[in-house]
Write a protein that binds this ligand. Structure first.
Ligand code: GUN
Ligand code: ZN
Length: 429
């Protein structure tokens, strides 16, 4: 007997990538008052008519149903330092982040932290993520195990850092390679988990460690790679000093063989045209993290330039540099960052980047990111408004784009009613 569930609501997703400035877009698929039928964790059908009496129902008529959000760059141990006052990247890492990450050497701390983090993602409507735990193997084990328990799609890997980090947070090339290989064997491709070779950033890895990371990627094209690039001007200057032979910060990774179709690079604010062409040729993506970029004063990302050059752009919270796990808040911040560059980010472009666009950039389009038969039933049910201001705004909104744009600008996790992973309700308000 198949496990069934029928969810009723206003279904919103995308069939293609919306263009810049298009508030009316053929890529948007809005199916108001439809039923989404789930069988054994997958979407079986979407239909206007109610299913037969043999279908258990979750009737969310009048509510929005979206694919679960994909956060393409977030740090699980940094919930402990979210909202820390007053510094830019390098100082922030030393003052707040590294001390917090050191605690994850303890398996019990890592397990508790992983559970809290993943439940928090779900409570914000994020059902899939690309995650940095810490340098400690136990932190990656704890995160993968907790994701497996929840049936979540998760991409992660032990952080590599063998220099310029305090005691208790450094590995070395030999041990790191052994740990990576062990973790890959244990988790990569198991259930909905995938391993990412995780270089923290160029300054905290020796050339020998970067080369080792590149070899791992070369050996198995199904591995992901995640890192940070060109986030902060002092950081960029430091990388230039550390790697004088490289043409640019991005080139450090290119030379090590770390750029490929499954590379996820956070930030990319201070890239040039050659870098963007390199990203395009590699098929790598930038995980744009607007909340973090504003909070740490890192700079304003040129989304339009990156995309014009053919580089894929996805959206990320980058907690704890970012100040919220909410992809609604992330999208609202992305809009404001683009507004500073006199660009207009439509609700469609933002939502696409947080769902189907991310799925495509991660080569997971067959599994997540849209409400289509055959996809895994990772989806969320949202109220259109939380509180009297948003309620009033919804009453007077005209047209779908205006309504959805106001929703993502005014909304946050208070709007989330339920989150489903594999068709199983994993969060309920
Ligand atoms: N660069 C290297 N590590 C980090 C980190 O933890 N957060 C951010 N935002 N940037 C980084
Ligand atoms: Zn980060």
């Amino acid at each position: 007997m198949k496990k069934r569930l029928a969810i009723r609501g206003d279904l919103l997703d995308f069939t293609a990538e919306p263009g810049w400035g298009e508030t009316e877009s053929a890529a948007v698929r809005f199916r108001p008052d439809h039923w989404l039928l789930i069988e054994d964790g997958r979407i079986a059908a979407v239909q206007a008519q109610a299913p037969g009496a043999d279908w258990p129902r979750a009737d969310h008529a009048g509510r929005l149903v979206l694919p679960g959000f994909v956060d393409t760059h977030v740090h699980s141990p940094q919930l402990d330092v979210i909202g820390s006052y007053g510094s830019e990247l390098l100082d922030w890492l030393n003052t707040y982040t590294f001390p917090a990450e050191r605690r994850y050497a303890d398996a019990a701390v890592a397990q508790q932290g992983a559970a809290l983090f993943l439940d928090a993602l779900l409570a914000h409507g994020t059902t899939a993520a690309v995650v940095f735990p810490t340098v400690h193997k136990v932190s990656a084990d704890a995160l993968f195990a907790a994701a497996a328990e929840r049936g979540m799609r998760l991409i992660a890997g032990k952080v590599l850092m063998d220099r310029h980090a305090p005691d208790g947070l450094r590995d070395d090339v030999v041990q790191a390679e052994a740990d990576c290989r062990e973790l890959i064997a244990r988790w990569h491709g198991r259930e909905r988990l995938a391993y990412a070779v995780t270089v923290r950033f160029a300054p905290t890895s020796t050339p020998a460690q970067l080369a080792m990371a590149g070899r791992l990627c070369a050996e198995d094209a199904t591995l992901y790679m995640q890192t940070h690039v060109a986030e902060n001007r002092d950081e960029v200057r430091w990388v230039r000093e550390l790697f004088p032979e490289a043409r640019s910060y991005l080139d450090v990774y290119a030379r090590a063989g770390l750029l490929h179709g499954r590379s996820v690079l956070a930030h990319g604010i201070w890239l040039d045209d050659t870098d963007r062409a390199v990203l395009r040729a590699a098929g790598a993506q930038i995980a744009h993290s607007p909340s973090s970029n504003l909070f740490l004063g890192s700079g304003l990302f040129g989304w339009r330039e990156a995309e014009a050059a053919g580089a894929a752009v996805t959206l990320a919270s980058d907690v704890g540099g970012g100040t919220s796990l909410s992809m609604l808040r992330t999208m609202a911040d992305a809009y404001k960052v683009q507004a500073m560059a006199h660009q207009r980010l439509t609700a469609w472009k933002a939502l696409h980047a947080a769902t189907r666009g991310a799925a495509r950039a991660l080569a997971l389009e067959h599994e997540i990111g849209s409400l289509e038969a055959g996809r895994m039933a990772d989806l969320c049910v949202w109220d259109w408004a939380a509180g009297p201001v948003a309620e009033r705004r919804m009453e007077v909104a005209r047209g779908l784009h205006e309504k959805v744009f106001a929703w993502l600008t005014l909304g946050d996790e208070r709007c989330l009613v339920a989150a489903y992973v594999n068709g199983v309700q994993r969060h309920r308000r």
